[in-house]
Design a protein around this ligand. Structure first.
Ligand code: HPA
Length: 270
């Protein structure tokens, strides 16, 4: 794994003459966050040695490098989901690459379902903790100490200072931003009503099918993580209409205007 990651890193460093300081993983429908980047440079996943490929509609598969208000940023346009059939190591592969490219701060975004009834579609939620309900995790297997410790601490998976910065940025922009716990479910089906009752009782405010693996690996690698969830629908049983991926993407695209100004502002302060 280490050698594979380093091969990807060497390829990227050969092609791209910008050393990113911050990484951003974009969720469903949030891909246009890269619109405001300057001096953009692209690398398709398919061209990067050892990189997995994306298969979901609404997810492009490329890395976008550029400047956001002068800060060097790497955006991942299209992520890998466990439900697509990738292994957990593949799902989190780009996080290893980001770390080895020198990135210390990672912003993870996603589209997800709201469980907390004070939320509504379009609400942004700063993630303050996660519950891993994916039935596995990306650190299973032999450990390579060059990456991180065998038993990583997970007491602050989302960096409290970054959350504070995000909170301040939101209030400066007049964006109403909630905070809460994200439960990662395996997917790809939208949960049953009873599963949502269960997850809600566990303490989750939102549920989705991503983010948790990347957060675990980023913490393992010693990176600081900020998670921003976009509530695209209320979860099963709370919302009475049936779910549709098209609707999820549509709401995410609408909310991405807010998310874009928030992420830009946060990046200025990191
Ligand atoms: N559940 C899980 N994942 C999701 C949802 C949901 O309701 N909405 C968007 N992604």
């Amino acid at each position: 794994m280490y050698d594979k990651v380093m091969e990807s890193v060497r390829y990227i460093e050969e092609k791209i003459n910008l050393k990113p300081e911050i990484g951003v993983i974009l969720g469903s429908g949030l891909g246009n966050l890269t619109d405001t980047l300057e001096n953009k440079q692209y690398l398709d996943y398919k061209d990067i040695p050892n990189f997995p490929q994306s298969t979901v509609k609404g997810h492009q598969g490329r890395l976008v490098f550029g400047l956001l208000n002068g800060v060097k940023v790497l955006f991942m346009q299209g992520r890998f989901h466990y439900y697509e059939g990738y292994s957990m190591k593949e799902v989190t592969y780009p996080v290893y690459v980001m770390k080895m490219l020198g990135i210390k701060n990672l912003i993870v975004t996603n589209a997800c379902g709201g469980i907390n009834t004070s939320f509504e579609p379009g609400t942004l939620m700063l993630i303050n903790d996660f519950i891993n309900l994916m039935g596995t995790n990306p650190l299973i297997g032999e450990n390579d100490e060059r990456f991180g410790p065998r038993f990583p601490d997970m007491s602050e998976p989302y960096d409290l200072k970054l959350i504070e910065k995000a909170r301040d940025a939101a209030s400066e922009l007049g964006i109403d931003c909630k905070e809460g716990v994200y439960a990662g479910f395996m997917g790809p089906y939208y949960e049953t009503a009873s599963e949502i009752v269960m997850i809600g009782r566990m303490g989750a405010d939102a549920v989705g099918m991503s983010t948790v693996p990347e957060t675990i690996v980023a913490n393992y690698l010693g990176m600081k993580v900020l998670g921003i969830a976009c509530i695209t629908n209320m979860a099963t049983g709370i919302q009475t209409v049936k779910h549709s991926h098209e609707r999820v993407v549509e709401i995410a695209q609408k909310a991405s205007v807010k998310l874009c100004s928030l992420v830009t502002k946060i990046i200025e302060t990191i």
